[in-house]
Design a protein around this ligand. Structure first.
Ligand code: ADP
Ligand code: MG
Length: 221
């Protein structure tokens, strides 16, 4: 059922290296915007944190390219943990390391396997940060993305279609953080005053999922 060939997309090390390139470009391009979002409800460092982390991860992967998709995710996660100062470093690091470990040594996996691995990673974020849905964090983009990915794959959609649905859901999830009151992270110190601002971490999470969808779309053509 879930063989890479049937999913219409082999998720291999090369695929995730392309994702990393797209994600790094997106984070670099949007760094100023992410920092702007982190100004009213944080400490104005999210764009810089993400940019530093992803540039370092891209360099690490270029220097010693792992030959499995799990290896790429683990290396990116480890690099984020060691280079990103803020809360987002350990959280994104956990997301990707957990997902990578879940993929083990397989050289190519189906979109359904990638989804299961991402779910394990998102569970790791929830465990580490203790946030619940609606707490105005990166989870508010990641959880809807996972649900959309699952729904689209279960409905028989191709990997590219399912990842496009996930990206759309992540973007909507990020926008939907605007009216929420933050209950975790720095923004929670502001209480009611956090209402009316989009969460920077949910916004960067949507960029990362969108990079995955873009990579799959390019692969599918
Ligand atoms: P810091 O808050 O340490 O400055 P960043 O600015 O890099 O770190 O990242 C802030 C983002 O991290 C927030 O917008 C939010 O999405 C995410 N975040 C913070 N705390 C948590 C948590 N406990 N669980 C999930 N995400 C969190
Ligand atoms: Mg910050």
């Amino acid at each position: 059922m879930n063989s890479p060939a049937e999913s219409g997309l082999p998720v291999d090390a090369a695929f995730l290296r392309r994702w990393l390139g797209a994600a790094t470009e997106a984070v670099d391009r949007e760094a100023a915007h992410l920092t702007e979002l982190d100004s009213p409800i944080g400490d104005a460092d999210h764009g810089g944190n993400m940019r530093r982390g992803f540039l370092a991860a891209r360099t690490a992967v270029e220097q010693e390219p792992p030959d499995t998709p799990g290896g790429v995710l683990v290396l990116v996660g480890r690099t984020l943990i060691s280079t990103v100062g803020g809360a987002s470093g350990p959280l994104y690091g956990t997301l990707l390391r957990r997902a990578g470990k879940e993929l083990g040594d397989e050289r190519a996996v189906s979109a359904a396997r990638l989804r299961d691995a991402l779910r394990a990673g998102v569970d790791g974020v929830a465990q580490l940060g203790g946030a619940l849905p609606g707490d105005k964090t990166m989870l508010d983009a990641l959880l809807p993305a996972l649900d959309a990915l699952t729904g689209a794959l279960d409905a028989g959609g191709s990997a590219a279609e399912a990842l496009a649905a996930a990206a759309a859901a992540a973007g909507e999830g990020a926008t939907a953080t605007i009216p929420l009151r933050a209950r975790k992270g720095r923004a929670s110190y502001l209480g009611e005053r956090s209402v009316g601002h989009q969460d920077p971490g949910a916004t960067s999470a949507a960029l990362l999922v969108t990079a995955l969808a873009d990579t799959a779309r390019e692969n599918a053509v």
